[in-house]
Design a protein around this ligand. Sequence first.
Ligand code: S3P
Length: 440
Amino acid sequence: MTNPTQLTARRSPALKGVVRAPGDKSMSHRSMILGAMATGVTEVEGLLEGDDVLATARAVEAFGATVERLGEGHWRVTGQGGFRQPADVIDCGNAGTGVRLLMGAAAGYPITVTFDGDGSLRKRPMKRVTGPLEQMGARFGWQAAEDRLPVELSGGSLTSIDYVQTVASAQVKSAILLAGLNADGVTTVEEPEKSRDHTERMLRAFGAEVDVTPGGEGWVVSLQGGQPLTGTAVSVPGDPSSAAFPLAAGLVVPGSEVTVEGVMLNPLRTGLFDTWLEMGADLTISNRRMAGGEEVGDITARHSTLKGVVVPEDRAASMIDEYPILAATAAFAEGQTVMRGVGEMRVKESDRIALMVAGLRACGVEVEEEPEGFIVTGGVVRGGATVQTAHDHRIAMSHLVLGLAAAEPISVDEPGMIATSFPGFVELMNGLGADIAAGQ
Ligand code: S3P
């Protein structure tokens, strides 16, 4: 019987075409939040209009900014130079980045606000952000369970801290820096490995001074409190984490040649492409240029004979969201692909190690699970399964790509979540020649 709430991917003929990835999710969240903290007008081009970012847009509106949609991906945020007391609970939906960065920003203002999210976000740890913000002087009251949303935040009168991160997390770093903007003194965050630096880059575009220097065990980012932000123009390039899906399909479906234009090539985001190249992928980057303060390029993936590799553990921060789709492509590679040092995957929108292991096994792929990683042994992918996604967009898209080259169809249970990061995914993939359809 067909189940209309599911999506099914079937073995597809060669995929061909040129597409554009949706706007980068990390930069889109930041453009809304910094736009609201700033004084004046911020015009954003290429904004990702996915559910996560729309939740952040509603949140900054509730904090007093004026948010207008001028056209597709073209938004205007008029900031009041700070956050005002909101009338209601701030519901961040499924967005971990949204809630963590908003908490950091809100902590700097004398307001009391409750943050909440959907069932998946309510399961994710929040102390990694509230801990350092508490050290700065913000107060938190857990409404249901410690370390979990909903939580009430009372902000204002912050003091700077020197914070040493044990895990490289851009969300934690960004929350501290945004709070530090309204703290007394110089706030520093030391990271063991550099995590994505969109907050640092965008803060500079809004007129703030941010220093990055080698120090401690890695990198130290610092900023002086009390710096005002001024609205600016932000151009959001294509999201490498979303481009990964059509490119992966190009690599695994025989005869394919898929180009994704305008993909952000920030080196702190491109670990997946480096790994694919090491696996023998026919991946070429052309037309490298600067756009919106980031390097972008057009990436072409052609069907490739892949071989398994050991992914260096220090690459994890630059591809943490890409392990699910890497695992899907590794299922078609010769030999083992070893992914270790990725325990953080377990606290994303779902436990992504557990779900990839379960999903790949259901499709006949040999996978070994470890506490902090997993190993995929490639070969023939049988398919013929319905995979549980636990409301996780990247788990859904990874298995749909797997289904395009598996022997039997692969279905995913809850495709609606794909819209959190990649609205129009099915249409884009089918436009390339993929066979993805509602039902089972
Ligand atoms: C993000 C940082 C990463 C990533 C998330 C987006 C960001 O999370 O997984 O999808 O925009 O700062 P962590 O900072 O928790 O690693």
